[in-house]
Write a protein that binds this ligand. Structure first.
Ligand code: HEC
Length: 98
C-alpha cells in the first residue's frame, strides 16, 4: 500500500519536473549564470548540452519564447520576466554551442 503510494508520488514529481509550468522566481539582481544554475542546469548542464540552436534559432525572440512558453520536455518559466528575462536570454545566447 505505502509502496504504491510512494510510486505515485514519485511519478507525479517526475512529470511535474518535465513539463508544465515552473514557478522559479529569480532573486533581485540575479545574474544569467545564477538563474541558469538555479533553473536550467538540471536539464541543460555540461559543456555540450547547454543549447544547440541553429543560427536561425539563436536570437532573443526565440529564446524568450522558450523561457516563457516551454517546449516538449521543458516547463514554461512565467516568473522570469522583464530585465531578468533580458539578462538570462543574453546568457543563453552567449552559451549556445553553435
Ligand atoms: C525539465 C528540463 C528543462 C529545464 C529545467 C529547462 N529546459 Fe530548456 N529545454 C528542455 C528540453 C527537453 C528542450 C528541447 C531540446 C530539443 O528540442 O533539442 C529545451 C530547449 C530549450 C531551448 C531551445 C534551444 C535548444 O537547444 O533546443 C532553450 C533556449 C532553452 N531550453 C532554455 C532554457 C532555459 C533558459 C532554462 C532555464 C530558465 C531551461 N531551458 C530549463 C528541457 C529543460
Amino acid at each position: 500500500m505505502y509502496k504504491k503510494l510512494g510510486f505515485i508520488i514519485a511519478s507525479s514529481a517526475f512529470l511535474a519536473a518535465c513539463s508544465g509550468t515552473n514557478d522559479y522566481t529569480p532573486k533581485a539582481g540575479a545574474t544569467g549564470e545564477n538563474m541558469y544554475i538555479a533553473a536550467c542546469a538540471s536539464c541543460h548542464n555540461g559543456e555540450f548540452s547547454h543549447w544547440q540552436m541553429t543560427p536561425e534559432e539563436a536570437n532573443a525572440g526565440y529564446v524568450k519564447k522558450m523561457i516563457a512558453e516551454g517546449t516538449m520536455g521543458m516547463p514554461a518559466f512565467p516568473n522570469i520576466k522583464g530585465e531578468q528575462l533580458e539578462v538570462l536570454t543574453q546568457f543563453v545566447l552567449e552559451n549556445n554551442a553553435k
